[in-house]
Ligand binder design. Structure first.
Ligand SMILES: NC(=O)c1ccc[n+]([C@@H]2O[C@H](COP(=O)([O-])OP(=O)(O)OC[C@H]3O[C@@H](n4cnc5c(N)ncnc54)[C@H](OP(=O)(O)O)[C@@H]3O)[C@@H](O)[C@H]2O)c1
Length: 299
């Protein structure tokens, strides 16, 4: 397949590039730093600096749309929120408009979203039919999904990837947690009751490969393992996997003071189930957190 990936230089994108290249797919990555694409994504990957460089003669069989300003890098000021929205919704709208003009339309688009779609949902069990939340993350995800959904009018099959915390030892949330936990400074966040829905990077990649090929797959997919855990359990399991104690508690008030509205990402949570993936027959390689952490931390 000829595949265009936005956000292909990111944590998830780079893993996808390795797997898709190994399977013989022909990849193009849209990047603001096109010179870095071969180094980050592999020598066989073509860089696209801008959507305006995509000529109407050039065709892609599939699009994987993941680009977006990092959610946790800076406090959510109004300016920052506009950037988070524009980098996802603006780019997705441009992508959809470009596809509408393209002579050959892609057969499928997989487009990013996050479990933040559901807002802070307490103990409620959430499958793909649950409604959107009210906070900024929910607004961002709902708008991103709505922008991507416009592609359906071109006859392109769309899968929306409502993604939980992607666990990878070399980047993302797990990588950020490793140093404090290794120093025995790992801490439960607030009361630790907030749910954390997570997925091992290898399962994420395997699901993407499946969704690209399965013509019967469309709509929303919760990209999460079938056994979410609360923050207290996550803390204990990570500490145990590293053979360290986790004796501390990061008080909710201190997190709110340090992070402002963004603290909701740590103090709120979603208890999400991948009902649609299980209905497609996907078997998780890492269904439990213990299995995932053991595989990721064994080196
Ligand atoms: N990792 C997770 O746990 C997780 C969970 C839920 C949802 N997601 C979502 O899934 C997507 C991929 O995740 P990731 O962890 O791989 O993200 P990442 O490592 O932060 O990479 C995102 C990519 O998006 C591009 N990008 C960043 N800012 C941009 C901007 N202002 N305009 C256009 N492009 C921009 C960058 O590519 P260039 O620099 O090459 O342009 C970057 O490589 C993200 O949208 C993320 O929000 C991730």
């Amino acid at each position: 397949m000829r595949i265009l990936i936005t956000g292909g230089t990111g944590l998830i994108g780079r893993r996808l590039c390795v797997a898709l290249t190994a399977l013989g797919h022909d990849l193009t990555v849209l990047s603001r730093q096109p010179m870095s694409v071969k180094e980050k994504c592999g020598p066989a990957v073509t860089a696209l600096a801008s959507l305006t460089d995509w000529t109407s003669e050039q065709s892609f069989d599939a699009i994987i749309n993941l680009a977006g300003e990092p959610i946790v890098d800076a406090r959510w000021t109004e300016k920052r929120k506009r950037k988070l929205l524009a980098s996802r919704i603006g780019l997705t709208e441009q992508l959809v408009a470009k596809i509408a003009q393209a002579r050959y339309k892609p057969a499928v688009m997989l487009s990013g979203s996050a479990v933040g779609y559901y807002g802070d949902s307490g103990e409620r069990e959430l499958d793909e039919t649950a409604s959107a939340g009210q906070d900024f993350s929910a607004e961002l995800c709902a708008a991103w999904e709505a922008a991507a959904s416009q592609i359906i009018s071109n006859g392109t099959r769309l899968c929306l990837l409502r993604t939980g915390l992607v666990l990878d030892a070399e980047g993302g949330i797990l990588h950020k947690m490793l140093l404090p936990f290794k120093l025995a400074l790992g801490a439960r966040l607030g009361d630790g009751r907030q749910w954390m829905s997570w997925i091992h990077i290898d399962d994420y990649v395997a699901v993407v490969l499946m969704l690209l090929l399965r013509e019967d797959a469309s709509g929303v997919y919760n990209m999460t393992a079938p056994q979410p855990v609360n923050n207290a359990e996550f803390t204990q399991r990570l500490a145990a996997a590293l053979h360290r104690p986790a004796l501390f508690v990061a008080p909710a008030w201190a997190l709110r003071l340090a992070m402002g509205e963004m603290a909701l990402l740590l103090l709120g949570g979603q208890r999400v189930y991948p009902r649609s993936l299980l209905a497609l027959g996907y078997t998780f390689r890492y269904p439990t957190l213990a299995l995932a952490l053991n595989s990721l931390l064994k080196h």
